[in-house]
Design a protein around this ligand. Sequence first.
Ligand code: HEC
Length: 173
Amino acid sequence: MKKYIMILFILTFCAGIAYAAHEKAITDPYREILKHMPKAAAGDLRYHITIHKPYQNWAMWPGKGKLYKGKEPHGSLLTTYVNEIALDSINKAQGMIDRAMIIKENYDANKKLMAVTVMYKVKGYNPEGGDWFWAKYDPKMEIQAEGKVKDCMDCHGTVKDNDYIFTGKVAGK
Ligand code: HEC
């Protein structure tokens, strides 16, 4: 008899664990996306945004169209794309969620592409700097800067309260 109670107990326990795991899986909306995100490295990131999920098919920053007017140092005209997680974060306005990615094309006044700059949120990557991974590519997507880039961090640090983002309000709700 004791044996049956023991078996029953074990079965109930296992079923409980399986149920909890299942619940977690369906409540994590980013599960599928997270499986395919690049690591914090400009080479990996480039593969992700050009071949795996070409960024030009992504949504643009809400309310911003193609070639809107920008400020120094990024260029006269800008086009800014966001991945699904970033878009979701912008709508929630509670700061950018892990694996949010923002890609900005920087053009001169004659609509010539000068550079592509990226901010990629990777939880645990750089807690003192909002966990942002920074990358800059030239128009041919050659890497020009990557990582905890001081220039980017210093200037974007002036809007730390908005999760280092200039283009629109993403924090404070
Ligand atoms: C001197 C200040 C300054 C520096 C340096 C700078 N940025 Fe920016 N960045 C801005 C401003 C201002 C904007 C808002 C867009 C605009 O109006 O030009 C911006 C926008 C962005 C955006 C769109 C998201 C946002 O914050 O609004 C990305 C991505 C970005 N910058 C990446 C970079 C990267 C990568 C570097 C370093 C290679 C960098 N930036 C260096 C000032 C700066």
